[in-house]
Design a protein around this ligand. Structure first.
Ligand SMILES: Cc1cc2nc3c(=O)[nH]c(=O)nc-3n(C[C@H](O)[C@H](O)[C@H](O)COP(=O)(O)OP(=O)(O)OC[C@H]3O[C@@H](n4cnc5c(N)ncnc54)[C@H](O)[C@@H]3O)c2cc1C
Length: 397
């Protein structure tokens, strides 16, 4: 397939990613059934050096700034090869991005080179037992501690990488500064080794994922653990989501592509009614519609990632649009692929069956589709009739 308009440095990156995909190939099915860290997959990722895409050059990164299009291209290849590989790679950026944006120079020096080398594993802790899409209802609190320090109290839930993370970028609430009324939202960097941090397993989900429930029980933190000033938590969180939602779209494209290749090969080889399945009209239609969705999803993912590179804060809605379109398409495509493979699409532990399960959570994490639609529709109306229209729940933050 032609690399429509993709400049050379991204094509080179794709080649690098393909080499990692080949290296994890022999154990990808096993890794993708593991909800514990799969060490050989981590070793392959480390050896590739590709996590240097997740931090700025000043702290050991490959490019001057994190380039969402580069991450998107790599995730497309990784997700096709192994969801476990893709998650390990993505989380270095998802957990580390706010540190690059808002960490103190000493925090950046301490953590980011290790993130780039995949020697410190990162996590982003937003969700709580009672707060999912409605992040303004979080109850994890930051309060003043002794000697100008801070104390963290609360619980986070379904946090990717939690059992193996070296640090958490955590969204918290705290009283507004200088006696102003109400609370504000802030981000803090919490080392996993800090006193009072404990992690327990989350429920197993249909597509195994390294997940954990995190407790912060009176965790003492120095003021330098703040990521930005009090009240800047949603600004940095939304910038993170703007960059990484576009790359979820890339991962969804990789998954669709992988599923479609398996289904196409099957329908070309298997014969029923005296001809290959692909020559039976309804089967051909399912494949053709799927290919169209893969191609459209890829272009939108690349376009959104490029926009997020140039203006992360301003392109959240476009990233949401790409994530919505590609993850919804991934579920349709993989469902069609299972259908055209008949009983062979249902074999437990086969690659196509893994893709079928792996597609499903993508419509829920990093912004569930329904919530994304609210923001996208509000943006559409704002662009057409002006800012008086209702704001999205996320834009209101
Ligand atoms: C595999 C996986 C990995 C995850 N990793 C992380 C992680 O690393 N860090 C982290 O912080 N979280 C993580 N999460 C949690 C994830 O971000 C939440 O599941 C997600 O935000 C949705 O929240 P919820 O599950 O509580 O659903 P809810 O918010 O309870 O939503 C339930 C349903 O209601 C809909 N809904 C909610 N609000 C509205 C609305 N206003 N209008 C219309 N419909 C609405 C939703 O779209 C959804 O369909 C992960 C989840 C999964 C499955």
């Amino acid at each position: 397939m032609a690399d429509f308009e993709l400049p050379g440095r991204y094509r080179d990156l794709r080649e690098e990613a393909l080499a990692v995909a080949a290296a994890v190939g022999p154990f990808a099915v096993e890794a993708d059934e593991s909800s514990d860290l799969h060490r050989p997959t981590l070793e392959a990722l480390r050896a590739s050096g590709l996590c240097d895409l997740m931090v700025p050059a000043a702290y050991g990164g490959r490019f001057e700034r994190v380039d969402p299009l580069a991450v998107c291209v790599v995730r497309e290849v990784f997700m096709k090869a192994s969801a476990h590989l893709d998650a390990l790679f993505a989380l270095q950026g998802i957990g580390g991005y706010a540190v690059s944006r808002a960490g103190t120079p000493s925090q950046c020096r301490r953590w980011l080179p290790k993130v780039a080398a995949a020697e410190a594993l990162a996590a982003l802790a937003l969700t709580e037992p009672e707060a999912g899409s409605d992040l303004k209802s979080i109850t994890t609190v930051l309060r003043p501690g002794e000697g100008g320090g801070l104390v963290l109290e609360g619980r986070k839930s379904f946090i990717s990488n939690a059992p193996v993370a070296d640090f958490f970028t955590a969204l918290v609430r705290e009283p507004a500064p200088a006696g102003a009324p109400g609370d504000v939202y802030s981000l803090v960097l919490v080392p996993a080794a800090a006193a009072g941090v404990t992690v327990s397993p989350s429920p197993e989900i249909i597509a195994p994922h390294v997940l954990g429930e995190v407790r912060f029980d009176g965790v003492p933190l120095g003021a330098e653990h703040r990521l930005g000033p009090p009240g800047s938590g949603f600004r940095h969180t939304l910038a993170t989501l703007s960059v990484f939602r576009a790359t979820v779209a890339g991962a969804a494209v990789g998954l669709m592509q992988g599923a479609l290749e398996i289904a196409a090969a099957h329908t070309a080889e298997r014969r029923q009614f005296g001809r290959p399945l692909v020559r039976l009209g309804p089967v051909a239609a399912l494949l053709a519609d799927s290919w169209a969705e893969v191609e459209a999803g890829r272009l939108l993912a690349y376009r959104a990632a490029e926009a997020a590179r140039d203006d992360p804060a301003g392109s959240l809605d476009y990233s949401s649009l790409a994530k919505l379109a590609a993850t919804e398409a991934a579920c349709r495509v993989v469902d069609r692929c299972v259908q055209v493979m008949g009983r062979w699409g249902l074999v437990r532990g086969s690659r196509i069956e893994q893709y079928y399960r792996q597609a499903r959570p993508m419509r829920i994490y990093e912004g569930a589709s329904e919530v994304l639609r609210l923001g996208i529709a509000a943006r559409l109306c704002r662009d057409i009739v002006g800012p008086a229209e209702a704001a999205s729940p996320e834009a209101a933050r």
